[in-house]
Design a protein around this ligand. Structure first.
Ligand code: SF4
Length: 400
């Protein structure tokens, strides 16, 4: 139900969007920021102490389909020269990049190319790195990540030695890790290591204002670590179910942003974030994100406040990845955070294929245990007050 105080906001919102409502915001309509009106290249920022400037928007994820080849070419023209993939990404992501460099070998030098390893041992990492290089038709990577760490202990001294050797051999320029679990601790501890050049972490308007995250980012900045934000949409599009959602969507529309663009701008307002990695599966999302990147309109305090209010009101819809809290309550091999993330891929990103592929990588014996585990203790501990048991049940039904 819409409260009286927000009837004005609702009227204004509907006048602006027409009867199509928020759905209209998802298309790059004339009055929204579009790439066509801003043909300049995406701005750059220094990536930690590496001495490299990277574009504030990076192209992430899947490079496998034919139309992506055109998109990669266009991305380069607009200055989106930071490309992110991983050995384990489904559907031949690295091969798509290899196909591009095979056709345009001169463009390799223009790209800050990043891939990731699921292995945690030197032999396994060497094998995966060599495979990534071969697939992408290149003899070096600009940045190589250990993929998706939960705890800094996953990076022991053998990995430091491995990274130094890989750099000396000219196979990688910089080294680091990505994380979407326990991000604050991983960043804080990573900053202490002294041999991490870059980190990619889940970071968005829901997470960026907590004391813990601010402290973690500051520690990385002091350590000269380049930071790339991912999952910056914080779980999907704004709906129009509540007063706050309507007020927020209407306000952003008046500024010339979709809610997705406004969420990107919220992250960019922290100058310590070098780049946002965004999966951009089609040209209209690429153009929309580029438009947001080149637009100089700042979000006001009121805009940021609205985003934070929205985050508070929808807290139980969003898993913040603090897996050390819930997983220790049920036994360490029950991957609650992963299951919540796969559900987000399905429901918020609409990527059923990816969600199912990732979910079904969970070993069968653990998947069986997912269904019979008692999550009540984890639910009591969860700071987001998520209905973990019910959500796991739904994930099993939707993703198995
Ligand atoms: S389910 Fe709750 S406790 Fe577990 S990772 Fe998500 S937000 Fe944290």
């Amino acid at each position: 139900m819409i409260g009286k105080k927000n009837q004005w906001s609702r009227r204004r919102f509907l006048m602006a969007t027409g009867t199509a409502g928020l759905g209209a915001l998802m298309a790059p309509v004339n009055r929204l920021a579009t790439a066509a009106e801003t043909p300049t290249r995406v701005p750059t920022r220094p990536f930690g102490k590496t001495g490299v400037d990277v574009p504030i928007l990076s192209l992430g994820g899947m490079f496998n389909i034919a139309s992506n080849q055109v998109m990669m070419r266009q991305a380069l023209r607009w200055g989106v020269t930071y490309w992110d993939t991983a050995d384990c990404y489904q559907r031949g992501s690295e091969k798509g990049i290899g196909k591009f460099f095979n056709k345009y070998p001169q463009d390799r030098q223009k790209v800050f190319l990043v891939s990731k390893s699921d292995a945690r041992d030197p032999d396994g990492m060497t094998k995966l790195l060599n495979r990534s290089l071969k697939r992408m038709k290149t003899d070096y990577l600009d940045l190589y990540f250990v993929h998706g760490i939960y705890d800094i202990d996953e990076l022991d001294d053998s990995i430091r030695v491995w990274a130094e050797k890989a750099k000396a051999a000219g196979k990688i320029r910089f080294f680091g890790f990505s994380t979407h679990s326990n991000m604050e601790t991983c960043l804080l501890e990573g900053a202490k290591l002294g041999w991490i050049d870059g980190i990619m972490m889940t970071y968005n308007y829901r997470l960026m204002h907590t004391k813990g995250m601010k402290r973690a980012v500051d520690a990385c900045v002091k350590a000269g670590i380049g930071l790339t934000a991912m999952k910056t949409q914080g779980g999907g599009s704004v709906r129009t179910d509540t007063d706050t959602e309507i007020e927020m969507a209407g306000r952003f529309l008046e500024k010339g942003f979709t809610d997705g663009q406004a969420k990107l701008r919220a992250v960019w307002q922290n100058p310590n974030i070098a780049s946002i990695c965004s999966q951009m599966p089609n040209m209209s999302i690429l153009m929309s994100n580029i438009a947001a990147a080149v637009n100089k309109t700042e979000l006001s305090f009121r805009d940021t406040d609205l985003l934070q209010r929205y985050a508070r009101e929808t807290h139980s819809d969003y898993c913040t990845g603090c897996t050390n809290i819930c997983e220790s309550a049920v036994g360490e091999d029950i991957p609650i955070g992963d299951v919540m993330r796969y559900l987000m891929y399905r429901r918020s990103y609409g990527d059923r294929h990816l969600a199912m592929a990732e979910f079904n990588k969970i070993p069968e014996n653990i998947r069986r245990r997912l269904a019979i585990t008692d999550y009540s203790k984890a639910e009591r501990r969860c700071p987001q007050k998520m209905a973990i048991g019910q959500l796991v049940k739904e994930a099993i039904q939707e993703l198995s």
